[in-house]
Ligand binder design. Structure first.
Ligand SMILES: O=P(O)(O)OC[C@H]1O[C@](O)(CO)[C@@H](O)[C@@H]1O
Ligand SMILES: [Mn+2]
Length: 441
């Protein structure tokens, strides 16, 4: 049997992977360096001379990293001891083992894009932890926070919608509840347009009320398995015994506006009783610019709670309560910031895999999760999603993702070709989206 197709890689000159490594990644590193510069006086105030030295050290490490990338140097092992250092270095050896003699060592413009891109963010983290006393500095924090502040109008609209809905939710009939479920799902999907790594760290936020755009955006949903999600969860609700649990896990993506849309979805699942418990998974270290860490998660809920808008602050209060009462649980795991595709999870992180198996449904938010679900490979557009998952089926799962990388499976025959002919960048502009489900019918 033929193996899976080749990985996306910057070795394909002109591909999105190539352009990302060539242009976007150095741009992100430059911004990171600039951020350190701008925080110089803050470091000095906090730590005195030691803070200044640390800032210099981190900048020089990041400049070195940018130079390695731009001159296509071999990928070198991580040096600083951290919980995942050995796993990373083993993975590097594995990548080395895949190469022919003539290719030499894994390199930025040769190796799989998923690997080198994850590696870049892991090296950024290494530069910071090698620079105490500023070793807990989140270099992307201000960008994430800015995205949140700039999306205020849309956040107010979402929180108002949710609070109004909660008042009457008990009175809705099946069909009305289904429609509301579909609305919060679509809000969460389009929330994924707002990541900051696609824009190279340039501001991108949700300035307008997303609620008004849902109808207009429907044609851009290329795979729409929302009905299957409804069947699954409404069935759980109907058949659930009194004290038993329906757990939905959400593998989070970006903080800021997207996180709010995910929390709205999670709140709706509880209020509608489609679920009784939510597990959120975030990142342990700053990742792909805008991804959610525990700090971002707590920060955002606190911000909401202290808002002047009564609906927004009500959301903050309710959500804090969900956490206190254990209906919402935030978890992180080092696996989410490793370079492995998800089909390797049962081997690399059996504990996480076993935890996910206990969910009734898992949502995977965003583009990077989709790339890891499908192994970031050059699949034909019509390959079934189930096949592209390459054996990763811990529980029924659904990718909620706007397309920002050249991988898409599960399309109708001819659909991909037609889009390519009419819109050359349909795979990467974040304009199209999918709800792609895998699980028993
Ligand atoms: O936040 P998301 O949706 O995972 O997107 C991450 C982005 O980073 C990339 O990995 C490229 O750098 C793209 O796949 C995507 O544009
Ligand atoms: Mn992201």
């Amino acid at each position: 049997m033929a193996g899976p197709p080749a990985s996306l890689s910057a070795r394909d000159v002109g591909s999105f992977a190539y352009l990302s490594v060539k242009d976007r990644s150095p741009q992100i590193l430059t911004k990171a360096i600039d951020t350190l510069h701008r925080h110089k006086s803050e470091f000095f105030e906090k730590h005195g001379e030691k803070g200044l030295e640390a800032e210099k050290k981190a900048i020089s490490l990041l400049s070195k990293l940018r130079n390695e990338l731009q001159t296509d140097k071999p990928i070198v092992p991580l040096v600083e001891k951290f919980v995942d250092t050995d796993i990373w270095n083993q993975y590097l050896e594995y990548q080395q083992s895949l190469l022919n003699e003539s290719d030499g060592k894994p390199r930025w413009f040769l190796s799989p894009w998923l690997f080198v891109e994850c590696y870049m963010y892991r090296r950024i983290h290494e530069a910071i932890i090698q620079s105490p006393p500023i070793d807990d500095f989140d270099i992307f924090k201000e960008l994430k926070d800015q995205n949140f502040f700039e999306s205020q109008e849309s956040i107010i609209a979402l929180c108002t919608h949710l609070q109004e809905l909660r008042k009457t939710i008990e009175d809705l009939d099946e069909n009305q509840l289904k429609n509301e479920f579909f609305k919060v799902l679509q809000i969460s999907l389009w929330g994924n347009k707002c990541d900051l790594s696609l824009s190279g760290g340039e501001h991108i936020s949700q300035k307008t009320n997303i609620m008004n755009s849902l109808e207009d955006l429907k044609p851009f949903i290329l795979v729409n398995d929302m009905d299957r999600l409804w069947s699954l969860l409404s069935n759980c609700k109907k058949t659930r015994e009194k004290e038993s649990v329906t757990r939905v896990d959400i593998v989070l993506d970006n903080s800021g506006f997207e996180l709010i849309t995910d929390l709205v979805l999670a709140d709706f699942l509880l209020s509608s009783k489609l679920a009784t418990k939510i597990h959120f998974y975030g990142k342990t270290i700053p990742w792909f610019v805008s991804d959610t860490t525990l700090h971002d998660f707590n920060w955002i809920i606190k911000q909401l709670k202290h808002s002047n808008n009564k609906w927004v602050s009500q959301c903050g209060v309710d959500w804090e309560d969900h956490i206190k009462t254990g209906r919402w649980v935030y978890l992180d795991h080092i696996f989410w910031t490793l370079p492995h595709e998800f089909s390797a999870m049962s081997q690399v992180a059996p504990d996480l895999h076993a935890a996910l198996q206990k969910a009734h449904l898992i949502f995977f938010k965003g583009d990077l999760n989709y790339r890891k679900l499908t192994g970031d490979r050059r699949w034909e557009f019509t390959v079934p999603f189930h096949e592209a998952l390459s054996g990763f089926h811990p529980a029924p799962l659904c990718s909620i993702r706007t397309l920002k990388a050249e991988v898409q499976v599960g399309l109708q025959p001819g659909q991909g070709e037609q889009l390519t002919a009419s819109e050359p960048n349909w795979l990467t502009a974040g304009k199209y989206g999918v709800f792609q489900f895998d699980g028993p019918l």
